[in-house]
Design a binder for this molecule. Structure first.
Ligand code: HEC
Length: 162
């Protein structure tokens, strides 16, 4: 009884390491080469997909100085809909931490991703690499356009925009 419990724990632990652990170990090995690294720059499978903009209704998002009011509203949405899976640091919770996300991603990409999540998970090579790490698909969050814009402002504030 005791032994089998310990065994179960070990198996669970190994499975955890294998899925969420070091992202360096299993990257370049898969010779079939689907999306084998997080730095894939162009999508061979989806030639029409623009990895900078993503896919969705937002084509250009103009950024000015930080809009404190929008950031505050974004914070409120974050608390309700996002904080269960995302931290504001660079630490992964269920999804990647948000620190630096506005530097990694274009504003259009962020707004398209959070309003058109399902489609972009299927098409974006970098998101697929993230998906392989933790095996969780970010669910669609049913955000309004305003929610999405406010969240972007909140992420910018988190990254120190003024
Ligand atoms: C159930 C967990 C979950 C919730 C809730 C969630 N996310 Fe995610 N998010 C993920 C996961 C997991 C990923 C990584 C991509 C994937 O595997 O789908 C991700 C990725 C992201 C990314 C890309 C980050 C990067 O570094 O590339 C952004 C931006 C994002 N989420 C925004 C949001 C916003 C905004 C909300 C709330 C409205 C939200 N997420 C709610 C799980 C979640």
């Amino acid at each position: 009884m005791k032994k089998s419990l310990a065994f179960t724990i070990i198996i669970a632990f190994v499975a955890f390491i294998a899925s969420c652990g070091g992202n360096s170990t299993k990257t370049d090995e898969n010779a079939a080469g689907s999306t084998d690294s997080a730095t894939t720059e162009t999508s061979k499978e989806n030639p029409s997909y623009d990895p900078n903009r993503g896919e969705g209704k937002f084509t250009t998002v103009e950024l000015g100085p930080l809009d404190a009011k929008k950031a505050e509203l974004g914070d409120q949405v974050f608390q309700v809909k996002c904080s269960s899976c995302h931290k504001l640091t660079d630490e992964r919770l269920v999804g990647p931490g948000w620190a630096g996300v506005t530097e990694r991603r274009k504003p259009e990409w962020i707004m398209n991703f959070i309003t058109n999540t399902d489609v972009m998970i299927d098409k974006d090579p970098e998101v697929q690499a993230q998906l392989e790490l933790c095996l969780v698909r970010m669910p669609n969050q049913n955000l309004s356009d305003d929610d999405a814009r406010n969240l972007l402002e909140f992420m910018r504030r988190n990254d120190g925009a003024k």
